[in-house]
Design a protein around this ligand. Sequence first.
Ligand code: AMP
Length: 417
Amino acid sequence: MQKHIDSYDFKGKKAIVRVDFNVPLDGDFNITDDTRIRAAMPTLKKILGDGGALIIMSHLGRPKGVDAKFSLKHILAHVSKCLGVDVKFAADCQKADAEAASLRMGEALLLENLRFYAEEEGKPRGLAEDASDEEKKAAKAAVKESQKGFVKKLASYADCYVNDAFGTAHRAHASTALIASYFPEDKMFGYLMEGEIKAIDNVLKNAAHPFTAIIGGSKVSSKLAVLENMLEKVDNLIIGGGMGYTFVKAQGGKIGNSLHEDELIPEALEILKKAKEKGVKIFISKDTVVADSFSNDAASKTVPSFEIPDGWEGMDAGEQSLAAWKEVILGSRTILWNGPVGVFEMPSFAKGTLRIAELLAEATDKGAYTLVGGGDSVAAVTRMGFAKKVSYVSTGGGAMLEALEGKELPGIAAVRE
Ligand code: AMP
């Protein structure tokens, strides 16, 4: 049965904690953004504070085997600094018996990158490109078989299991999903994970209405499942960014050189039809800031979104669109934002996305629940300084996207089961 971190007493217990320390490193292995490390600190500190011991496990990057470039040793000093204790290091996550056994309460041990082993992901490695289906099947079966021993070994180090790695919660990996079954009475989420789950529930299960989703970004194809799930939940759906032009074209609009996916026009039309049947109001941009090339210094002007001239491409939402969206956003009690409404990386075309961030802050101030999650909208609110002005900013891109698609995440299911 699932336990709760706040009511669990870690005193005298060794806790194996899955965190997401997959942080970006520069060429000299300096951490360039330690958000993920800091995000796990409340959980790690609670365990030490209770009088427990920590065995911390994570992946870093996408190694294809043991590879010093992806060693968690690079982040050891920083983790020690954040945690305030000298964290020990186990150079092989499968041979840490002695280090785990000698760990005293109040101490912490960081295991080397889990993905040095294929068993973590449960996917075979090193298969020849021309491998037959039979060979692929056999290799998969072999890694699944050896995965059992891999998980058992990790579990043997500890008395309880805490999953605080929301960023990998959508992966059914050894350390995120399989290990939980070894701790039927001693498994739980960490604080970060609890916060993310609550945020998801606040929009998918307990949303106050009117509920508005703002879905932007580049491609309809990567957000189709989110759009479909949102139709079941929301009152208003704002479709912005590059993906909006597929919807404009589907309705007979002229989109010039704007980003679009012709093969998704039937799906776009189906979404519009379903929205009508369900009484969901769809808001597509009325006007668009267009440019004569995909560059910050391009010539630009604002035109109606259905009449983009040849040679021009949509880069940002225009003033009329933003005025219409403002009314919807400020009239909502729950707002979900996923994906920028323009090419926000270019300052000339970041205005629309900045305005959405400002409107979300204003709505939050007035009492709405606002969640920013999945994809580049998180980078946008963080970079624009709005992260603290909305109700919640998710730390997991892919995991949040899958949650918004309505999928049950394996890392969450394994603890709840
Ligand atoms: P996503 O990862 O799907 O949320 O997409 C984010 C990307 O969409 C960002 O890199 C934006 O620059 C891009 N994007 C937003 N609006 C447009 C647009 N009108 N044309 C091209 N790319 C866009």
